[in-house]
Write a protein that binds this ligand. Structure first.
Ligand SMILES: O=C(O)CCC(=O)C(=O)O
Length: 339
């Protein structure tokens, strides 16, 4: 048997171990603080067998019953998603792996989030320097991350993070209850194109959890020159063997695999919202003419997988109400809400 054959056999074993580990994680009396490193590795490797493996393992391992875990607040109360777009979004993600909402977020929300990002501390990725206000006029790094704890200092970010329509779309698309498992908020700049690997600007799959869906919102206008999110249409269902190993893939590799016609740049004005199944191949494009600010949240069927946070923050009244209505989805925020 060649190396590829041995690896495939190992991955089948890793798949079985992942189901057992995810089940143990879920049935523990309290949700564990973290997943052991070996289990995280097994999961990532097993997910290389096929892009649909994570979802299948999630369904096998996690069998929740009862209405508690399905509860979501009224999706019509969303500040970001038009309820009329819920069904088209689910159909679009199933078909293409992503959906760009036709109705952008209201201007006052976009302005408030952008203004917040311009003054909150963020971290220059890879620089090893202390957090600082984003040096917008003269950035030195290719990506500046605003960590979740800081991001949640904005009432509008809290609103986005706890959006009930996004939770509902995720449940319906994934076919299982979901937990909101991370908030990311970052600038990408025209600098340090050579750090493309570090800054997620080479094609890759996300394998941090078994089954998940992300929502992105642009806070700056995004065209082909200002750092669009790029997705290989249909790669949430099928990825050629040559591209399945865990790690980054060059444009050349995607072209050589015959997928270039499926490569789609997701562009739109500030306020554009997208749902993206990032188990498919995707990347950020390095901005050429000006920077991009993006806000993202993720809903996953379990916290099993990558280390997760329970960030401290001062919840708004809206988030307090939503927590009462969807405590399972917002479980990571339970300690912030009870303090
Ligand atoms: O910046 C983007 O559009 C993509 C980011 C990404 O893929 C990541 O952070 O893993």
């Amino acid at each position: 048997m060649g190396n590829a054959g041995v690896e495939a056999v190992l991955n089948v074993t890793r798949m079985l171990k992942t189901v057992a580990a995810a089940r143990a994680f879920e049935t523990a009396r309290d949700v564990p603080d973290r997943t052991p490193g070996q289990s995280q590795f097994n999961m990532r490797q097993a997910m290389g067998l096929d892009p649909r493996v994570g979802k299948a393992l999630s369904r096998l391992a996690l069998r929740r019953s009862g209405s508690f875990s399905w509860a979501v607040a009224d999706p019509a109360s969303s500040s970001f998603i038009d309820p009329g777009e819920i069904e088209p979004a689910i159909a679009g993600i199933k078909r293409d792996g992503y959906y760009v909402f036709k109705t952008p977020a209201a201007e006052h929300l976009v302005k408030a989030i952008l203004a917040y990002a311009e003054q909150v501390p963020c971290e220059a990725r890879g620089a090893g320097t202390p957090p600082e206000t984003y040096p917008r006029q003269d950035p030195a790094a290719g990506r500046y991350d605003i960590h979740e704890e800081q991001a949640l200092g904005s009432a509008e970010v809290q609103d986005f993070a706890t959006d009930p329509a996004m939770a509902l779309i995720s449940q319906r698309y994934l076919g299982q209850p979901v937990v909101m498992d991370e908030v990311a908020f970052w600038w990408t700049t025209t600098k340090k194109a050579e750090d493309a690997d570090l800054n997620a600007q080479l094609f890759h799959q996300d394998r941090d959890r078994l089954s998940f869906l992300k929502f992105f919102m642009y806070l700056t206008d995004v065209d082909t020159n200002t750092g669009p999110h790029v997705y290989v249409r249909g790669s949430h269902r099928n990825i050629p063997w040559s591209l399945r190993a865990d790690g980054r893939r060059s444009d050349e590799a995607v072209r050589d695999a015959g997928l270039w016609d499926n490569v789609t740049e997701l562009t739109g004005p500030a306020g554009t919202i997208m749902a993206v199944d990032t188990i498919g191949l995707h990347k950020g494009k390095t901005p050429i003419t000006s920077d991009r600010l993006a806000l993202e949240n993720e809903f996953a069927t379990s916290l099993f997988g990558m280390d997760y946070e329970r960030p401290p923050f001062e919840p708004t009244q809206l988030v307090r109400r939503r927590y009462v209505e969807m405590p399972f989805v917002l479980q990571r925020y339970s300690s912030a809400l009870s303090s």
